[in-house]
Design a binder for this molecule. Structure first.
Ligand code: TXA
Ligand code: MG
Length: 337
């Protein structure tokens, strides 16, 4: 099919909204990463999304809304804490998991009795949702297994010819996907995927204790089954292997240099992702997060055979969220030095 590229003026968004109403798929900007949108109430729409991405269909989709009132169309129950969190963080990078209404098809939720919902912080996308009059089921708009797209050009590179349209919005400010939070538990909130909204922020706004799902912290070989099914797949990965080095800044730099020379001697093109301890002073975690996926794509395009990077030092929650993506990009290959 021919993919149509839309601008962000009202006329173009109206056309894109019609495509969604007719059952088509349109990629849309958000503050985190680009999403691939279809009608969340349509089983066929959800199936088309899985097919376009080449994604396993047991991996549930996040549903995007433009007004908090629309939550009532999707969620069977809205706990009081969810109201507080919506008030505090929407529009923004927080996804909440609710018990679903029967109207939400199993195809959208990967067969789960729950539905994940968020309100993205992007004016054109909020307009698109209102014009379509439909909540948008939207995973990240990349081919399954590739780094998430943080600019419309990344979506074009992965999905041109496979979807009906792409909205040419701004590059994403956040750079890593939303925090996914289970709000269905009694009195406790559980983070299923770490992101830009931290446990401290959630606890402060809700007044409730917040924990991480054990699978967020552990490694896949520990046999922990993530409750966000998307976290179990190989994810966010560049085309070539990636290795993370963990240790003192001096040891990490020395190990990276040694590995680079060793591989260069074999004719391999080795690239170092510039998030070393030596860059820490000039790159706060917000900036690293914004650029991470785009950097992986650049290194891929430059033909890297191997990517080396320094593991992030333990510290703040945002570094923890980014490290969660880095570990998956490196297929959990960490050298302690
Ligand atoms: O920032 C984001 O969240 C982006 C933008 C486009 O909004 N979307 C995104 O979607 O990252 P996706 O499909 O790539 O990741 C959705 C994550 C997966 O890990 C999935 O398993 C989890 O959310 N998820 C969705 N519905 C769920 C549910 N009902 N219960 C538990 N986890 C769920
Ligand atoms: Mg994704």
């Amino acid at each position: 099919m021919e993919t149509v590229y839309y601008g962000t003026d009202d006329g173009q968004l109206t056309e894109a909204a019609r495509v969604i109403q007719r059952g088509g798929l349109v990629a849309f900007p958000t503050e985190t990463v680009y999403g691939l949108g279809g009608n969340a109430f349509s089983a066929a729409g959800a199936k088309a999304i899985y097919a376009a991405k080449g994604r396993p269909s047991d991996n549930p989709l996040i549903v995007h809304i433009a007004d908090t009132a629309d939550l009532g169309r999707l969620a069977a129950e809205i706990p009081p804490a969810a109201h507080k969190l919506a008030e505090a963080f929407w529009p923004g990078p927080l996804t909440m998991v609710f018990r679903k209404k029967p109207e939400v098809p199993d195809e959208t939720t990967g067969g789960l009795p729950t539905v994940a919902v968020r309100m993205p912080d992007s004016e054109p996308t909020l307009k698109l949702i209102r014009l379509a009059g439909l909540p948008l089921a939207g995973p990240s708009a990349n081919l399954s297994g590739r780094p998430s797209p943080t600019a419309w050009q990344h979506v074009r590179d992965d999905l041109d010819g496979r979807i009906d349209g792409i909205i040419k919005g701004e590059p994403c400010r956040g750079g890593i996907e939303s925090t996914v939070l289970d709000v269905t538990g009694e009195g406790e909130l559980v983070i299923l995927r770490p992101g830009l909204i931290t446990p401290e922020m959630i606890s402060m706004a809700s007044g409730l204790p917040v924990s991480y799902d054990p699978a967020v912290i552990g490694r896949p070989e520990e046999g922990l089954v993530p409750r966000a099914p998307g976290m179990k797949y190989k994810h966010y990965a560049p085309k070539c292997p990636m290795i993370l080095y963990s240790g003192s800044p001096e040891n990490v730099l020395a190990a990276i240099k040694k590995k680079q020379l060793h591989e260069l001697a074999k004719g391999q093109l080795v690239m170092v992702l510039a998030y070393g301890p030596e860059k820490k002073a000039i790159a706060p975690p917000e900036v690293m997060a914004r650029e991470f996926f785009a950097n992986l794509r650049e290194l891929d395009d430059a033909g890297a055979d191997l990517i080396l990077a320094a593991a992030l030092p333990e510290g703040d929650s945002l570094s923890f969220s980014l490290m969660n993506r880095m570990l998956r990009s490196a297929a959990f290959h960490v050298e302690v030095v």
